[in-house]
Design a protein. Structure first.
Length: 126
């Protein structure tokens, strides 16, 4: 599913127009409001390229979510529950090349809908 399709289908707001790429393919997603938990994803990824094709879904509308995405090499952060980021968060995302979008949906509902569209969670190493 492309980022443009996600934005259109789920009525997302695009906060970072400069880095927005509607053709970007999203194949994976993961959710966290605790960025320390999000960083644990790095130790569970099995193949290269997974994080670049992922979206971090969070309710944390702060610089910390953008910095975490940077560390993970994740290009897209989606804020849920109607969270609106401050201008400084949007500016940091733009500077970092992170695409920041938001939706009114809850984390659970967005995750379920994306899963129905074929976007899967990041599998842990076994």
């Amino acid at each position: 599913m492309t980022l443009g399709q996600i934005v259109a289908k789920y009525g997302c707001t695009v906060y970072t127009r400069n880095s927005f790429d509607s053709a970007k393919e999203i194949r994976y997603a993961f959710c966290s409001d605790l960025m320390s938990d999000a960083l644990m994803i790095m130790s569970t990824v099995r193949e290269s390229g997974v994080l670049e094709d992922s979206v971090l879904i969070t309710g944390l509308a702060t610089n910390q979510s953008i910095r975490t995405a940077e560390m993970l090499d994740v290009d897209v952060v989606c804020l849920v529950r109607g969270k609106i980021p401050a201008k400084q968060v949007v500016d940091l995302a733009d500077e970092s090349g992170i695409i920041l979008i938001g939706t009114e949906l809850t984390m659970f509902n967005l995750s379920g809908r994306l899963y129905q569209e074929g976007i899967v969670g990041i599998a842990s190493k076994k």
